[in-house]
Design a protein around this ligand. Structure first.
Ligand SMILES: Cc1ncc(C[n+]2csc(CCOP(=O)(O)OP(=O)(O)O)c2C)c(N)n1
Ligand SMILES: [Mg+2]
Length: 567
C-alpha cells in the first residue's frame, strides 16, 4: 500500500535507511522498480537530500527511516524543511501496535516530537487508512504553503492486509486555501503602487515556490519598481536585470538596505520578514507603507505592521495586480538606487595575493557561466555564495535559511543532483558544516552523483569566529577547527579531489572539476580570518550597515542585544 501510494503520487526517488520496523517496507521495494531507493549513510542525510531534491525539482521529496534512533535522526531535516516551506514526506517505522507506550525497543513518540515541525503528521493505526493518509499527505505537502509531513507506521500495520482503494480526492474540511487574493485588497494595493514615488519590491522564496517569475518581472518592468530579495528569494528575479538590487538584510547589499530604508512603499511578496532580513524591526522601512502578499495568513502582521495584506498565491495575485498597475518610471528613485550602488559597491573583491573566498565564488560563477545550481552550507560560506555568485537562472540557489542548518550542504546537493541530473550542481561547503555530514560522500559515490564540492576551508567555524572578533574582543573560544585532509578523505571515499592554495590555481581546479564526469572535491584553503561584509550588526537597523572592517570594532557588551539574533 505504501509503495503503491508513492507510485500513484508520481514518486520516483526515496532517500532512506532501513531498520527493524521498516523491514517489511524495504522487503517490498524490489517489486516497485519505479521507486529508486537511495541508501544514505545517516538519516539526517535522507531528510536533507529529500529537501534538496524537492527544492531543485519542485516535486515532493520522500525519506524513510526506522523507528527510534532512525526517526530521531530525521528531526533536524524535517525542522529545516518546515522553516523553509519545503514539501517533503517522511515515512517512519514504529514499534508494533501492542508495544506502543511500553518503552519498547526503539520506540519513540515521533509524531509527538515532530508535531510542531510538520504541517501535519500521522500515526497510521489501521492498515486500511494508509491510502487516505498518503493521499492527504501529498495533497497537504504540495498545496498552499508547502511543508514537511510525517507518516509513522507500526511494524504490524506494514504486515497487515486490507483492500487497496486510492481516493480520488481528499476530504479535509478544516483545510481552506486562499489562493486568489481578495479583489478589494488587490485594488487597494494597486492604488498604493500607482501613487508611490519610491516603491520597492522585496521578493522571497514564495516567488520561487509559486514560479511567479514572469509575473514578478512584469510588475517590476511595468511600473519600474526596483527589486531586492531575501536569501531564499535569490534567483526569483535575474540578478543581471537593471532593476535587481540584490539581497537585503544582515549581509545584504548596502544599497538594498538603503533602498528599504528610504522606500515609501514596500511590496513584500512571498517573504516572512525574518529578523535576518528586517534587522531591527522597529526601524524597518520607516517611511513606507507595506503591502504583504503571502499564501499563509499566519504570516500577515506576525513580525511587521502591514497596511495592505493580500492572502494568496504569489502568481495568482500578481497576475491580477499587474492588470491594475499603471506604467510608471520612478526615474529619480531608480537613479538614487543606482547612485548608492555605484558608491557602495558591496560586491567588490580586494586585489590581493591572499586566497579570498569571494574570489573563489566569483570564479565558480564565471566558469559555470552562472548556470549551476548552488547548494550552500551555513555561515560565511553561505553568505559569500549569496553575494558573489550572480543568480540569473530561476530557482538556482538552495540554502538553509530559516533553521540555518550546518551540514545541510552535502546531502542537499546530493538530492538536487539526483533530482536534476542534467544540471551542474556545486556544493559550497564550510569546513565545519562539511564535517557534520561528510559521510554522505559515500552515498554520492555509490549513486554516481556528479556533485562538485568546493570547501571554503578557513580552519574556523567562521561565522561564529567573525562574531567573536567583532563582539567578543577576538576571544576565539571553540571556533578554531582542525579537519582531516579533505583530498585524502575524498580519495578514500572514491572520488577525486584537489587542494587549492593560490589564486592562479583556482580557475584550473574548477575547470578540472567540471571536466570530471563524476563527483569532484576542491579544498580551497582560504584566508582564515576573512569576514563577511556588508554587515548589519545585531540589534542595529538596516540603514546602519557596516561596509568596511572598522579598525576598532565596536564591542557589544550588552548581552540583551545579542539575544534576539543568535547565530
Ligand atoms: C547544526 C548547527 N550548529 C551550529 C550552528 C551555529 N553556526 C552558525 S555558522 C557556524 C560556523 C560554520 O562553520 P563552517 O561550516 O566552517 O562555515 P564558515 O562560517 O567557516 O564558512 C556555526 C557553528 C549552526 N548554524 N548549525
Ligand atoms: Mg569554516
Amino acid at each position: 500500500m505504501v509503495c503503491e501510494s508513492l507510485v500513484r503520487e508520481g514518486v520516483e526517488v526515496i532517500f532512506g535507511f532501513p531498520g527493524g520496523t521498516v523491514l517489511p517496507l524495504f522487503d517490498t521495494l524490489p517489486r516497485y522498480p519505479q521507486l529508486r531507493h537511495i541508501l544514505v549513510r545517516h538519516e539526517q542525510g535522507a531528510a536533507h537530500a529529500a529537501d534538496g531534491y524537492a527544492r531543485a525539482t519542485g516535486k515532493v521529496g520522500v525519506c524513510i527511516a526506522t523507528s527510534g534512533p532512525g526517526a530521531a535522526n530525521l528531526v533536524t531535516g524535517i525542522a529545516n524543511a518546515h522553516l523553509d516551506s519545503v514539501p517533503i514526506i517522511a515515512i517512519t517505522g514504529q514499534v508494533a501496535r501492542p508495544f506502543i507506550g511500553k518503552d519498547a525497543f526503539q520506540e519513540l513518540d515521533i509524531t509527538g516530537i515532530t508535531q510542531p515541525i510538520t504541517k501535519q503528521n500521522y500515526l497510521a493505526l489501521d492498515v486500511a487508512s494508509l491510502p487516505r493518509i498518503f493521499k492527504e499527505a501529498f495533497y497537504l505537502a504540495r498545496t498552499g504553503r508547502p511543508g514537511p509531513l510525517l507518516i509513522d507506521i507500526p511494524r504490524d500495520v506494514f504486515i497487515d492486509q486490507a483492500e487497496f482503494h486510492y481516493p480520488n480526492k481528499v476530504d479535509l474540511p478544516g483545510y481552506k486555501l486562499t489562493l486568489q487574493g481578495h479583489p478589494a485588497q488587490i485594488k487597494k494595493a494597486a492604488k498604493l503602487i500607482n501613487e508611490a514615488q519610491c516603491p520597492l519590491i522585496i521578493a522571497g522564496r514564495g516567488v520561487n515556490i509559486s514560479t511567479a517569475y514572469a509575473e514578478l518581472k512584469e510588475l517590476a518592468e511595468k511600473a519600474q519598481i526596483p527589486v531586492v530579495t531575501t536569501l531564499l528569494g535569490i534567483s526569483c528575479f535575474p540578478e543581471s536585470h537593471a532593476l535587481s538590487y540584490g539581497m537585503l538584510g544582515m549581509h545584504g547589499m548596502a544599497y538594498a538596505n538603503f533602498a528599504v530604508n528610504d522606500a515609501d512603499l514596500i511590496i513584500a511578496i512571498g517573504m516572512r520578514f525574518d529578523d535576518r532580513a528586517t534587522a531591527k524591526v522597529s526601524a524597518f522601512a520607516p517611511n513606507a507603507k507595506i503591502i504583504h502578499i503571502d499564501i499563509d495568513p499566519a504570516e500577515i502582521g506576525k513580525n511587521v505592521r502591514v497596511d495592505v495584506p493580500i492572502v494568496g498565491d504569489a502568481k495568482a495575485v500578481l497576475q491580477k495586480l499587474n492588470k491594475q498597475v499603471t506604467s510608471a518610471q520612478h526615474i529619480d528613485w531608480v537613479r538614487q538606487l543606482d547612485d548608492w550602488r555605484r558608491k557602495h559597491l558591496s560586491t567588490n573583491i580586494r586585489d590581493t595575493d591572499q586566497l579570498l573566498p569571494q574570489y573563489v565564488i566569483r570564479k565558480i560563477y564565471e566558469v559555470t557561466r552562472g548556470e549551476a545550481i548552488i547548494v550552500t552550507g551555513v555561515g560565511q560560506n553561505q553568505m559569500w555564495a549569496a553575494q558573489h555568485y550572480w543568480y540569473n537562472k530561476p530557482n538556482s540557489l538552495i540554502s538553509s535559511g530559516g533553521l540555518g542548518t550546518m551540514g545541510f550542504e552535502l546531502p542537499a546537493a546530493l538530492g538536487a543532483k539526483i533530482g536534476c541530473p542534467d544540471e551542474t550542481v556545486w556544493c559550497i561547503a564550510g569546513d565545519g558544516g562539511f564535517q557534520m555530514t561528510i559521510q554522505e560522500l559515500a552515498t554520492i559515490v555509490q549513486e554516481k552523483a556528479a556533485v562538485k564540492i568546493a570547501i571554503m576551508n578557513n580552519g574556523y567555524l567562521g561565522m561564529v569566529r567573525q562574531w567573536q572578533e567583532l563582539f567578543y574582543r577576538k576571544r576565539y573560544v571553540a571556533t578554531p577547527l582542525t579537519g582531516p585532509d579533505f583530498v585524502k578523505i575524498a580519495e578514500a571515499y572514491g572520488l577525486r579531489g584537489l587542494k587549492v592554495k593560490r589564486n592562479e590555481e583556482v580557475v584550473p581546479a574548477i575547470e578540472t572539476a567540471m571536466a570530471e564526469p563524476g563527483p569532484f572535491l576542491i579544498d580551497f584553503k582560504i584566508e582564515p580570518e576573512e569576514n563577511v561584509y556588508p554587515m548589519v550588526p545585531p540589534g542595529a537597523a538596516l540603514s546602519e550597515v557596516i561596509e568596511e572592517p572598522k579598525k576598532e570594532p565596536k564591542v557589544i557588551t550588552d548581552s540583551a542585544k545579542l539575544s534576539v539574533s543568535n547565530i
